[in-house]
Write a protein that binds this ligand. Structure first.
Ligand code: PEP
Ligand code: MN
Length: 277
C-alpha cells in the first residue's frame, strides 16, 4: 500500500459512538443479520422476523429501496417498507438493518432503522458516504459499507474515510463478492479480504455469502468458511417462502436451511471462543 490509510488507528474502537450494547459488532461474538432481500408486505416480514427471533438472532435485514440492475425488477416498497421494518423490528425486539441508496434519503432512512447499509453499487458514491457519515454520527447509528464488486481493498478502505471524516460512527465492512471471470457463482467471494482487512485496519468485517454465491445451497458452506477465516459476522438472506420471493429468492435460505447454517457455524465459532448473536 503506497498511500496512507487511516483506519488502523482512527476507528470506532478508539472513540466509540455507541456503548457496546448498541454496537453491531461486539468482541467475542459473531453477529448474524438475517432477513429477506426485499420487504414485500407486512405479513411476509412478520413471518421472517418470527423465524429470526425464534433462532435467537437480534438483527433483521430487509430492503425498502432496492437498487436493481434492471429498472423493470421490483424496486421495493420504499417508505411503506421502512414503516414495516420499524414496526416489526420493535414487535420482536430486533434491530433493523436496511440499505440507503441516495443522499437525499439518508435522513428518512435513519429515522426508521438502527443500521444503515451502503450497497456495492454505491461504495464510490462519495456524496452518499459523506451524508451517511454525518447522519449516523449525529444519530448514533451503525453503518455497513459493502465492498464495490469491482473495487480493490484499498479503494474500499479509502471509501470508509469519507464516512469517518464526518465523525466516529461504528463502520462495519462487508465483503459480498467481487466480479471475476467465473460465471458459475453470481460473484466470487473474496474470503481473503477478511485476514487482509484484519492486517490493515481495526474495522470489523462481516460476510454476505448470499449475494456472493447467488444460490442457497452454496450459502451454508460459505457461511462456515466465513466464520473459520475470522469474519465478525454474516448478513444472510432468509425467506419463509423463497420460491415466491419478489427478489433474490434463489439465494434465500428457508427456515430449515437457516437452522442448519446456525447450528454449523455455532460449532466453528465455539472453536474460536466466540458466541453467535
Ligand atoms: C442487499 O444486501 O440487499 C444488496 C442489494 O446487496 P449488494 O449491495 O451487495 O448487491
Ligand atoms: Mn438481495
Amino acid at each position: 500500500m503506497d498511500e496512507k490509510i487511516n483506519t488502523k488507528k482512527d476507528t470506532v474502537k478508539d472513540k466509540p459512538a455507541q456503548n457496546s450494547s448498541g454496537r453491531l459488532v461486539v468482541d467475542g461474538y459473531i453477529t448474524i443479520i438475517a432477513g429477506p432481500c426485499a420487504i414485500e408486505s407486512r405479513a411476509q416480514l412478520d413471518g421472517i422476523a418470527a423465524l429470526i427471533k425464534e433462532s435467537g438472532l437480534k438483527y433483521l435485514r430487509g430492503g425498502a429501496y432496492k437498487p436493481r440492475t434492471s429498472p423493470y425488477s421490483f424496486q421495493g416498497l420504499e417508505r411503506k417498507g421502512l414503516e414495516y421494518i420499524k414496526e416489526i423490528a420493535e414487535k420482536y425486539d430486533l434491530k433493523a438493518v436496511t440499505e440507503v441508496t441516495d443522499a437525499d434519503k439518508v435522513d428518512i432512512v435513519a429515522e426508521y432503522v438502527d443500521v444503515l447499509q451502503i450497497g456495492t453499487r454505491n461504495m464510490s458514491n462519495f456524496a452518499l458516504l459523506k451524508k451517511v457519515g454525518k447522519v449516523v454520527n449525529e444519530m448514533k447509528k451503525s453503518v455497513i459499507l459493502k465492498r464495490g464488486w469491482g473495487s480493490t481493498i484499498k479503494e474500499w478502505l479509502l471509501a470508509v474515510e469519507y464516512i469517518t471524516s464526518q465523525g466516529h460512527a461504528e463502520v462495519v465492512l462487508c465483503e459480498r463478492g467481487i466480479r471475476t471471470f467465473e460465471p458459475y457463482t453470481r460473484f466470487t467471494l473474496d474470503l481473503s479480504a477478511v485476514p487482509v482487512i484484519k492486517k490493515l485496519s481495526r474495522l470489523p468485517i462481516i460476510i454476505d455469502p448470499s449475494h456472493a454465491v447467488g444460490q442457497s445451497d452454496l450459502v451454508v458452506p460459505m457461511s462456515r468458511a466465513a466464520i473459520a477465516v475470522g469474519a465478525d459476522g454474516l448478513i444472510v438472506e432468509v425467506h419463509t417462502d423463497p420460491e415466491k420471493a419478489l427478489c433474490d429468492g434463489q439465494q434465500a435460505l428457508n427456515a430449515h436451511q437457516t437452522k442448519e447454517m446456525l447450528t454449523q457455524i455455532e460449532y466453528i465459532a465455539k472453536f474460536f471462543g466466540r458466541k453467535i448473536r
